[in-house]
Design a protein around this ligand. Structure first.
Ligand SMILES: [Fe+2]
Length: 188
């Protein structure tokens, strides 16, 4: 039986210009179509990956206790590509709200102008089966979130010659002993 593939997210927003510009910056996306009600963006061969629905409605802002999509996530193909995007965005004044060494991924969580989280990540493992095995192993059972890390420290460590393998292991992030990242992630 054929399986569907993921296509896009659509956000309803009262703030579409800021949202459009933010997603264009963070995803290196461009506008495919825009009118008074809809904006479509893409960054690859799909006709749209993110869309904004912006009718003249005074949408209520999401709060920490709103039941809703928590975040969408985008995977880069290397740590250096993720760090390059981190640096580009930092130089434009866009910085992560929190970064987490999940162990299965190394993840930077940003918040869009409507406070939706967007995760930019790399996979630690080459094969999905390896990731699944890790998620069923003891480190994940003990803590399914993982420790926070400072992205500037990750960048500096990589520039100083640390290997991707070393930096992808939770033990590297645990050394910094930062507060639990859950506080930020649950802050909506
Ligand atoms: Fe995620």
């Amino acid at each position: 039986m054929s399986k569907p593939k993921f296509a896009h997210n659509v956000f309803q927003t009262a703030n579409h210009e800021a949202m459009r510009d933010w997603y264009c910056a963070v995803l290196d996306a461009h506008v495919v179509y825009e009118d008074d009600t809809l904006t479509f963006l893409t960054f690859d061969d799909e006709h749209h990956r993110v869309a904004l629905l912006h009718p003249p409605v005074a949408f209520t802002a999401k709060t920490a206790s709103t039941a809703s999509l928590h975040h969408s996530a985008y995977t880069f193909d290397s740590l250096d590509a993720l760090l390059e995007r981190y640096e580009q965005l930092r130089d434009e004044g866009i910085t992560p709200a929190v970064c987490i060494a999940h162990g299965v991924t190394t993840s930077m969580y940003y918040q869009d102008p409507d406070r939706n989280f967007v995760e930019l990540q790399i996979d630690r493992f080459a094969e999905p089966d390896q990731a699944t095995a890790y998620m069923r192993g003891p480190e994940y059972a003990a803590d399914s979130v993982g420790p926070a890390f400072d992205p500037a420290e990750l960048l500096a460590a990589r520039r100083a010659g640390a290997s991707v393998e070393e930096l992808s292991d939770r033990s590297w992030a645990l050394k910094a002993d930062l507060p639990s990242p859950l506080t930020v992630l649950m802050g909506g």
